[in-house]
Design a protein around this ligand. Sequence first.
Ligand code: 6PG
Length: 236
Amino acid sequence: MTEVAVVPDVAKAAAELFVEATAGAVAARGRASVALTGGSTAAPLHAELQKWTVPWDRLEIFFTDERAVPPDHPLSNYRIAEVQILGRARPERIHRLRGEAKDLDAEATRAAADLRATLGTPPRLDLVLLGLGPDGHILSLFAGVPGSADRGDDALVRHVAAPEHVEPKVPRLTLTPFMVVTARTVVLQVSGAKKSQVLARALKGAEDLVACPAQWLRRASGRVVVVADAEAASAL
Ligand code: 6PG
């Protein structure tokens, strides 16, 4: 069951959920596994998180997806997190997707093995943070790409091309839908009127996982919270 929270401050509400999910995981299992996202929602959330009590040294930090660039590149999702929050975490618990790898298929296989080695088999994340792309994508599961409808239970991490409509036009590494549908908590952050129609399609539209990969949220077995501002929620 997807919860929708319409809030004035999306980053603040997401930070509260981050604290709740990670504290709960640490209390239950001694650590919390989190997948950080890129996109426009990442930096405001990371800024907000610095004001909260977060069990930084107990976090296993993964990434939802990454662009095929080095970690110091302006397009790197890792870099967005590095500049604000990663210094607070334990370096050996930061599980970067190596966007600079020459062989991105091999890197996807390595990252999947790391997920299993760290979290067990099958790996289950405590918290997955997501943004919603204008074409209805989550992770790097882009609309119109047939592979976006594949749950990816065995793969866990994939190398995908950026289709014509997606910017920046660089290949990506992405978690597969399996990591979203099995996560204990998923938080989707959505802001602005330009996301209102695609959010409505994701939550209420006719199901078509290729046309709107964000509809994978409907298959999630854990808690799903959509944190939206009033503009983004206006078509719900
Ligand atoms: C990325 C993200 C991606 C993002 C959406 C939404 O690498 O771009 O991880 O999945 O969350 O594209 O991005 P915006 O919030 O910038 O629209």
